[in-house]
Design a protein around this ligand. Structure first.
Ligand code: NAD
Ligand code: AKB
Length: 316
């Protein structure tokens, strides 16, 4: 069996920070190369890091050659809220990065590529409750449009060239080890920090805005499970529906109150992220991920709240 050399692009972000650490446990520190626009503030000496702008195809190719890379996890992207501020750049970053990685995968014969999609591929015309794998996908955000186009591109490279590309439609992810990067679901991380700091939080989404969410340990475990699955079990090559839990800001506040008495939540009158959330599903049906490669989440809201508060209380 050949040793895999894994390059993670966008490794300083919310997912990359945790994913690199887990990949290094499995593959060894030297075999997992972290890369981002600049070195992380607390630069880890646990393994190699390369400063890399993924839009610079030639530099990316040099890094691939330098480390004899065999797999790429492409995490660099503009997320939903931040993408609305510059839709042209969001299209450029989210699409061109994927095109560069998929083409390099063919040129350098990568064994696998991982690229995350999102629940943002769905839109206002999608059935909102237990949204199925195959349904109406008419996103109205630039982020969702790039994710939908990306899914089609991944499947195209699989069908046309046999490229082993794998993908998950992540819901909103919540973790204590890293900060979120400009999405609509970010409130569900901020609320825990503010609960510990101030016993109060002003939420940018309305109390009853229910969205699909997942605790980061589940998301990382599921990602590695998909990437480890035998190729014949990965029957969906666009992107898999992937569910953890569903809740709204009111539910999180109630869950936090069980640990921090007197915690107060208030709600902003208007915020552009409300309109984005209104077009997304409330809950996701993920039987294909469960059947094809054995996906099963572990964390519900109260388990996550306990773990978040315990860990943040020590970390901050
Ligand atoms: P993030 O914004 O926290 O991190 C993205 C990282 O990419 C940042 O560290 C940034 O510096 C880096 N980056 C940006 N432009 C770059 C470039 N040109 N070259 C190299 N690096 C660059 O994002 P995240 O939350 O870690 O998300 C990673 C992926 O997962 C994205 O594709 C995102 O759409 C997807 N996703 C995330 C969530 C979530 O809740 N976090 C949910 C669904 C999908
Ligand atoms: C966002 O809110 O943009 C992300 C996502 C669900 O894709 N967390």
């Amino acid at each position: 069996m050949r040793t895999e050399r894994i390059l993670v692009v966008g490794s300083n972000g919310q997912i990359g920070t945790e994913l690199v650490a887990e990949l290094r446990k499995v593959h060894g520190n030297a075999n997992v190369i972290a890369s981002d626009l600049k070195a992380p503030e607390s630069h880890s000496s646990d393994g190699p890091f390369e400063t890399l702008d993924i839009l610079d195809k030639y530099h990316f190719t040099d890094v691939v050659k330098k480390y004899e890379v065999t797999q790429v996890y492409l995490l660099a992207a503009l997320l939903s809220a931040i993408a609305e501020k510059d839709h042209r750049f969001a299209w450029k970053l989210n699409m061109k990065s994927l095109q560069i990685v998929l083409d390099a995968a063919l040129d350098f014969k990568f064994s696998k590529v991982y690229w995350p999609s999102s629940i943002a591929v769905f839109g206002p015309s999608t059935p909102r409750v237990l949204t199925p794998q195959c349904t109406i996908t008419e996103p109205t955000t630039i982020y969702g449009i790039t994710k939908l186009a990306g899914e089609r591109l991944c499947e195209y490279y699989f069908l046309k060239y046999g490229l082993d590309v794998r993908s998950i439609r992540y819901p909103g992810l919540i973790g204590w080890k890293s900060a979120p990067g400009g999405g609509t679901t970010d409130y569900a991380v901020h609320i825990y920090h503010e609960a510990l700091r101030n016993k109060s939080y002003e939420c940018f989404l309305k109390a009853d805005t229910t969205l699909p969410m997942m605790y980061m340990p589940d998301a990382i475990r599921g990602t590695l499970q998909l990437m480890d699955a035998p190729a014949e079990q990965v029957k969906i090559r666009s992107s898999y529906n992937f569910a953890g839990m569903s809740f709204n800001p009111y539910d999180v506040a109630k869950s936090i109150e069980k640990h921090i008495s007197g915690f107060q939540i208030s709600y902003k009158d208007t915020d552009p992220r409300q309109a984005i959330a209104a077009g997304w599903p409330e809950s996701i049906e993920d039987s294909e991920a469960r059947q094809h490669w054995g996906w099963k989440p572990e964390f519900g809201l109260d388990e996550m709240t306990r773990d978040m508060l315990e860990n943040l209380a020590v970390a901050v």
